[in-house]
Design a protein around this ligand. Structure first.
Ligand SMILES: CCCC(=O)SCCNC(=O)CCNC(=O)[C@H](O)C(C)(C)COP(=O)(O)OP(=O)(O)OC[C@H]1O[C@@H](n2cnc3c(N)ncnc32)[C@H](O)[C@@H]1OP(=O)(O)O
Length: 300
């Protein structure tokens, strides 16, 4: 039943808007999760912002902006991240997204003042459910996302990078799942996603060793997709250029490709195949398809 709804949603994002909100997220009222309650709590920990710019070229830039604290995630930044992801869900022209930190550093994870103030197990789990919902929705966006890691990506920030389709690092940067040193495990969904990206063996090493992954180690482990040239000030430009090799096509084609991959990632094979057929049907004989045929495109 759930996979059937999910398949319909892949095809009818507007029609099924309300159901969509439920299915795109993991937790809702049936899991005892009260989103408003946790948001109210998170509002008590202000600071920083999550900024989104949407380019006319269909490429968005999402910036974690709290540089005095190395872009650590405050409570209000967690809420703003959800708001920005909702905005991206509604951006029908979007084809790609770069997720980065302000001032040449990525993010030092959860704001430690927020962590200290929400120290009961119950509160921790609510925050964890809220962030899992948001990061799952980020990963399920019908556009191609890349995390640009400059400086350090620690703890929850390392988890955030796994909610993007791709990861890039600049020389001198580092990704480290420091949760073990905090007496924790990943909780924002980064553990499960890491296993999907690098496999169980590598994940166990990265998490239990809290390994500091420099760009070369991260590339060899399959954690990242490329290392950018050593020019910090041009890193965003380089990341956008790197991303453009995957986003050069009409938005409806790129968005449909991503939906096919989401179905393949998340649905049992037969359901994924049916989704793929339906998504294919939305493009066959459509403008991009007809233009390609009229051009007599050759693929030498
Ligand atoms: C499920 C979620 C799990 C989590 O994410 S738990 C959080 C994991 N992250 C951490 O423990 C990061 C702790 N911070 C550090 O290790 C270092 O500050 C870090 C990021 C390597 C940067 O080192 P430095 O370059 O030497 O800079 P610094 O230490 O002087 O930091 C500059 C100012 O930023 C602050 N800061 C850094 N990370 C923070 C954080 N996560 N929460 C709250 N504040 C944080 C730091 O306290 C300092 O502030 P101030 O200038 O002393 O007022």
């Amino acid at each position: 039943m759930a996979t059937c709804i999910w398949r319909r949603l892949l095809l009818q994002p507007v029609k099924c808007r309300l159901a969509c909100q439920r299915v795109k997220s993991i937790y809702n009222g049936t899991h005892g999760f009260d989103e408003n309650e946790i948001k109210e709590k998170l509002r008590h920990f202000p600071g920083g912002s999550i900024d989104l710019s949407k380019g006319n070229d269909g490429i968005g830039v999402l910036t974690l902006n709290n540089p005095v604290h190395k872009n650590a995630f405050t409570g209000t930044m967690m809420i703003e991240l959800q708001d920005r992801v909702k905005e991206l869900e509604d951006w029908t022209e979007g084809r790609g997204l770069v997720v980065r930190g302000a001032k040449n550093t990525f993010c030092s994870g959860s704001d430690l003042n927020t962590v200290k103030a929400m120290c009961s197990s119950e509160e921790g789990m609510k925050m964890c459910m809220f962030m899992q919902n948001t990061l799952t929705r980020l990963k399920r966006l019908p556009l191609i996302s890349v995390a640009l890691v400059q400086g350090k990506a620690l703890g929850g920030a390392a988890e955030l990078t796994t909610a993007c389709d791709f990861r890039l690092m600049t020389p001198g940067s580092e990704i480290c799942f420091v949760q073990k040193h905090m007496g924790l495990v990943p909780g924002w969904g980064g553990g499960a996603r890491l296993v999907q990206i690098v496999g169980g063996q590598q994940s166990l090493k990265l998490l239990s060793g809290a390994l500091r992954m420099d760009p070369v180690k991260a590339l060899n482990a399959g954690l990242i997709d490329d290392i950018l040239p050593p020019d910090e000030d041009r890193a965003l430009e380089e990341a956008q250029h790197w991303l453009s090799q995957y986003t050069k096509a009409p938005a409806e084609v790129i968005r449909s490709l991503k939906k096919v991959v989401i179905a393949g990632r998340e649905l049992p094979l037969e359901e994924a195949l049916k989704s793929e057929k339906d998504i294919f049907g939305t493009l066959w004989g459509g403008p991009a398809n007809l233009q390609a045929l009229a051009r007599g495109a050759k693929h030498k």
